[in-house]
Design a protein around this ligand. Structure first.
Ligand code: PGA
Length: 255
């Protein structure tokens, strides 16, 4: 493994938080704190905050992402947003298949795949989320499930497009719970994801892909997590709403 050749990505997932004015203010606060980052810094924000966030981040090293995308380019899909629309607004990244979308909004491995293909074909970078529930872990299905979810999400994605794919291993039991995976659990989960990429695309592609950890990563535990060989940064929920905490995590990933 040569972790040094992979680019760590620290991405905030703001979920359903912040108005446009609050988003702009938080980004202004973050900009000076993360300007020397030696990793990719992304903030995934609610759709209505995108314009304000893109404006606030202009000229900085912060990239703006969305939290979901529809798989059709346009049409009668009330309430949905297409990849082309996001690109036109200055969005560079999009989170796909977050466990909250799988749990509350009927997201399936198939729709995750459709969204991934649509986003990549339009030219967005994707952060695809995979992760097991506590029950699945206790039953011993973590490896099987992570490999399945990863391969399903990437079905039809070309080797070339894989360069625009980040995968976030997010154990469902660790998201928003304050229960973080141990450094070794995160490393193992990320390793299963990387192994799935190796099975589908070969060792070189697996070596190159950025695999994040997500789930209660914070200013205190980030150091140990991102130190692990298979952990190339993180997808950060709660701690990405506080500039100082987010900056500490960015610093940890910049070492
Ligand atoms: P959390 O969320 O950091 O608040 O646990 C992570 C995520 O949902 O991506």
């Amino acid at each position: 493994m040569n972790k040094a050749t992979r680019k760590a990505v620290i991405a905030g997932n703001w979920k359903m938080n912040k108005t446009p004015a609050e988003a702009a203010a938080l980004i202004e606060e973050m900009k000076p704190l993360v300007k020397d980052a030696d990793c990719e810094v992304v903030l995934c924000v609610p759709y209505v905050d995108i314009a304000a966030a893109v404006e606030a981040a202009k000229g900085s090293n912060i990239k703006i992402g969305a939290e979901n995308v529809h798989f059709k380019a346009s049409g009668a899909y009330t309430g949905e947003i297409s990849a082309e629309m996001l690109l036109a607004c200055g969005v560079e990244y999009v989170i796909i298949g977050h466990s909250e979308r799988r749990t509350y909004f009927g997201e399936t491995d198939q729709t995750v795949n459709l969204r991934t293909l649509a986003a990549l074909n339009a030219g967005l970078k994707v952060i695809v989320c995979v992760g097991e529930t506590l029950e699945q872990r206790e039953l011993g299905y973590t490896e099987t499930l992570l490999k399945f979810q990863t391969k399903m999400a990437l079905t039809g994605v070309t080797k070339e497009q894989l360069k625009n794919v980040v995968i976030a291993y997010e154990p469902v039991w660790a998201i928003g719970t304050g229960v973080t995976a141990t450094d070794d659990q995160a490393d193992e989960g990320n390793g299963f994801v990387r192994a799935a990429v190796a099975e589908a695309y070969g060792a070189e592609a697996a070596e190159a892909i950025t695999v994040q950890y997500g789930g209660s990563m914070n200013a205190k535990n980030a150091d140990g997590l991102v130190d692990k060989i298979n952990v190339d940064g993180g997808l950060i929920g709660g701690a990405s709403l506080k500039a100082a905490d987010f900056a500490v995590i960015v610093k940890a990933a910049s070492k």
